[in-house]
Design a protein around this ligand. Structure first.
Ligand SMILES: Cc1cc2nc3c(=O)[nH]c(=O)nc-3n(C[C@H](O)[C@H](O)[C@H](O)COP(=O)(O)O)c2cc1C
Length: 198
């Protein structure tokens, strides 16, 4: 049996604990709200190059998934996009014979200093497996750029034969003979968005 004093002490401790829990819950909620506001107010330019549509499809998907406003820009149609209104830039490209489209590598080279002031992400569409991803990145982009990317996405690829010319089709058929068909990996796009925004 507790004495009246012990009872009072227990009640005081209990009340303080409840207050602390409620304070922590409210504080965490507040941090979540501040973070959500930051994500929603971020304006992102998704700048991509494609040959048969995969990188374009992935760019559209990213645009749908990002919390804030975003613009999807084809670098071949808009060779010098104005980056001034954007807080963040995602660069997307695909691989052909080990290389990304020259418009994309030139864009990164030319705008490196401006890009360094933004939140950055990079993704690749490719037929090879993830083991080739880091190598393709470092062969095609300056390390200075890659080091600043909050998210690096290996999105897989597709063989869109109907959109390829005769020679490309022949090369692809020869190179991929006996190998499994690549596909876009939705889980990697989800992970990219999470890494990019947080
Ligand atoms: C001619 C040709 C060469 C390719 N070379 C490579 C390569 O070297 N490495 C690779 O991983 N994928 C390679 N691919 C596969 C493409 O990267 C893949 O199909 C990708 O989804 C294409 O994306 P895009 O439609 O956005 O250009 C090649 C595809 C073609 C048609």
């Amino acid at each position: 049996m507790l004495s009246q004093k012990e009872m009072q002490n227990t009640v005081t401790i209990f009340t303080t604990e409840i207050k602390n829990i409620s304070y922590n819950v409210n504080r965490n909620k507040l941090y979540d709200l501040i973070d959500m506001k930051r994500r929603c107010s971020m304006k992102t330019a998704i700048i991509y190059a494609t040959r048969s549509g995969t990188a374009e499809k992935c760019s559209e998907k990213l645009s749908e998934m990002l919390s804030g406003e975003s613009a999807v820009i084809d670098i071949k149609k808009v060779p010098s996009p104005d980056l001034s209104g954007y807080d963040a830039v995602i660069v997307g490209a695909s691989i052909r014979i080990g290389k990304v489209q020259k418009e994309i590598s030139e864009f990164v080279q030319k705008n490196l200093e401006t890009l360094k002031e933004k939140r950055l992400g990079i993704f690749l569409c490719m037929g090879a497996g993830e083991e080739s991803f880091s190598e393709y990145l470092s062969q095609n982009f300056p390390q200075e750029f890659l080091d600043r990317c909050k998210a690096r996405g290996f999105f897989g690829g597709e063989f869109n034969l109907e959109r390829l010319g005769f020679l490309s089709k022949m090369m692809l058929k020869a190179a991929s003979k006996g190998k499994p068909q690549p596909h876009i990996i939705p889980g990697n796009i989800d992970r990219f968005v999470n890494d990019f925004e947080n």
